[in-house]
Design a protein around this ligand. Structure first.
Ligand code: ABC
Ligand code: CA
Length: 460
């Protein structure tokens, strides 16, 4: 699927080891020791209804290739999938190659997309690698296919970021020499094969900023599908330049602004406004070049620090009402509150996949509001949104037929805001509360909230 195909999609992030067991035995899963908890591809297949019923039409799954086997002293197992050892085989903890094909098929028969996380920057090693470790790497089994060993020491030096190594002496992430033609050809051939073998619809590219930019266009072309890259940085101009080399970029600067804006009733709303304007002007395709999220597997859950449910609902709304492709990390709909890694990687089966809680309903409403707006306006995914901040505690996203008001006044606050662009007296629905209302004689709506909750309006 192309970038355009993905723009109308909504992505649910699955951490394969922590999403679903093959049979729901109710096995406990302690996040602290960082060991495999045994989630599988088959488990995902069995719970696709749970994801689709919330309105998601795509999933992003953890990297699937064979990882280092065994336990490191202190950093645990490769349950997250980022410790690559052999890219020609599938991580047996998650299932077989046929199980992965069955997952792809099950998704497609529901009209859903499969996005695979791929790690191109490095292979992994317990301790610093030696010749034996490297010979087990299969495709890239010679020392000169890796950059000389040095750990990244200066994030302000781009060559250091690209050519030195992530990780540490417990688990070293051996940095591939992505300037070498052998490595370039090896990766391009591999990704063409993976996309075709598993009928992938898209890719999430790990550690994008750790590989030189000109590597990416040929890789993307070899993949032949949409790819969104991870550039972990709180700097819009740094992140946005990657949109000239790859379809999409995970919106980390927006994540930092979003979490700050709704962190408390005195959160910084003007920073969110300013960051979103920068996003619109700096990325190749404005905010359409980004994918937005409030949580992921690397960052503390929003509810590890914010407890006011009004703030939580407002913050969750943002990613679903902007031009970005929305991503929701599994467990957010269940109100999970784990802090830093590894506490934020709670097993979803511990929630029993209940669908009765408030945030689950909130996510479902947000997805359906977005889908209705896309269906009502054929240029919804190509004409840029207009973001404004009517007061220091409110932000308004206008993307007709949708108008979304968010605020950080909190559950005990109230706010008023005016938005326009409708026909005089047009009949509208406020999607989150399911209440109908009418625009006034000038096509405006006057919002008044007494509990600080977000409001999403559209004509239906
Ligand atoms: C494990 C343990 C950790 C322990 C670590 C040493 O080892 O879990 O507790 O601290 C995988 C696993 C991790 C594991 C690592 C290393 O491998 O999931 O659990 O950590 O073994 C991606 C993935 C991530 C994955 C990897 C590795 C990469 O999403 O899940 O980790 O394949 C860097 C990379 C980024 C990477 C991230 C983990 O590390 O750039 O791609 N994520 C600064 C740097 C960033 C850096 C970040 C964290 O620190 O600029 O480049 O990310 O080290 C903002 C600034 C940012 C700044 C942040 C912290 O603050 O603007 O620049 O980021 O304000
Ligand atoms: Ca690198």
């Amino acid at each position: 699927a192309s970038a355009t195909d993905w723009l109308s999609r909504s992505i649910y992030q699955v951490l394969t080891d922590r999403f679903a067991l093959t049979d729901d035995a109710g096995t406990p899963c302690d996040t602290a020791p960082q060991l495999y908890c045994n989630g599988t591809f088959k488990g995902i297949v069995n719970h696709l209804e749970y994801i689709q019923a919330m309105g998601f039409d795509a999933i992003w799954i953890s990297p699937v290739v064979t990882n280092l086997e065994g336990n490191s002293a202190g950093e645990g197992d490769a349950y997250h999938g980022y410790w690559t050892q052999d890219i020609t085989t599938i991580n047996k903890h998650f299932g077989t190659s046929d199980d992965l094909k069955a997952l792809s098929k099950a998704l497609h028969s529901r009209g859903m997309y499969l996005m695979l996380d791929v790690v191109i920057n490095h292979f992994a090693s317990f301790g610093l690698p030696n010749d034996t470790t490297i010979s087990a790497y299969g495709t890239f089994n010679a020392p000169d296919l890796f950059h000389p060993q040095c750990f990244i020491s200066d994030y302000n030096n781009q060559t250091n970021v690209e050519q030195c190594w992530l990780g540490d002496t417990t688990v070293a992430l051996a940095d591939l020499n992505t300037e070498s033609q052998t490595v370039i050809d090896g990766w391009n051939k591999w990704i063409t094969g993976m996309v075709s073998e598993y009928s992938l619809d898209g890719l999430r590219i790990d550690t994008l900023k750790h590989v030189r930019k000109p590597f990416w266009p040929a890789f993307q072309q070899a993949a032949g599908v949409y790819a969104v890259g991870e550039v972990l940085i709180n700097d819009t101009s740094y992140a946005s330049d990657y949109s000239n080399f790859i379809d999409g970029v995970l919106d980390y600067p927006g994540y930092y602004a979003l979490t700050q804006a709704f962190s408390s009733t005195s959160g910084n709303m003007s920073l969110l406004l300013e960051t979103s304007h920068q996003t619109q002007s700096l990325y190749k395709n404005g905010a359409f070049s980004t994918a937005a999220f409030l949580e992921n597997h690397d960052q503390p859950r929003f509810q590890s620090t914010v407890h006011d449910q009004s703030l939580v609902k407002n913050a969750m709304t943002w990613s679903f009402v902007t031009d970005a492709i929305p991503i929701l990390y599994q467990g957010q709909e269940q109100g999970y509150g784990g802090g830093n890694v590894p506490a934020n990687r709670e097993a979803l089966w511990l929630s029993a996949y209940v669908t009765s809680n408030t945030l689950h309903g909130h996510v479902t409403s947000l997805n359906s509001a977005r889908k209705a707006a896309i269906a009502a306006n054929s240029s919804y995914t190509s004409v840029p949104m207009v973001v404004s901040s009517p007061s220091e505690s409110t932000i308004l996203v206008s993307k007709l037929p949708m108008l979304a008001f968010m605020s950080n006044v909190g559950a005990f606050g109230s706010y008023n805001a005016v938005g326009g662009g409708y026909q005089p007296n047009e009949a509208l629905v406020e999607t989150l509360s399911c209440k109908t209302l009418n625009a006034d004689g000038n096509g405006n709506i006057n919002f008044a909230s007494t509990d600080g909750l977000p409001m999403v309006c559209e004509f239906l």
